[in-house]
Design a protein around this ligand. Sequence first.
Ligand code: ZN
Length: 147
Amino acid sequence: MGDSRSDSSGESRPEVNEPVARLFTCTVCGYASTHPAGPLRAERGATCLNCGNWTVQTADIGDLVETARDIADSLAGAILTERQALAYLLREQAGVDRQAAAEAMETTPSNVDNLHRRGREKVTDARRLVDGLQTLQVDGESDAGSW
Ligand SMILES: [Zn+2]
């Protein structure tokens, strides 16, 4: 594997899919251990090193929110506001419940719902736009090739 790190822009952009070292707590015995996980992964099933059972292990919500803030900051722009991006990431990707998301964002659950819905609409629109443009590009390339 070569070093394909794309830091040519000099901008430090958080890698959305890059695993991070995250503390997970066993929901059975409460033992916490660090594991590599997707940045917004809220829980994992694994053999607990302490109780020895296959258990559900959950990430600390504060850690998830902190990571989601960094990612929301990098995703925000002309399409998504930072608040919409954050609500979308917390609810859609991290699976944080609306009450916890509201506390993290210092707002009401119904406002989280609104931000989440708007964020989801915009993500859907953006995806459709990109897909539509890609379809055009494929046609354009085959035409150009016949020149
Ligand atoms: Zn355990």
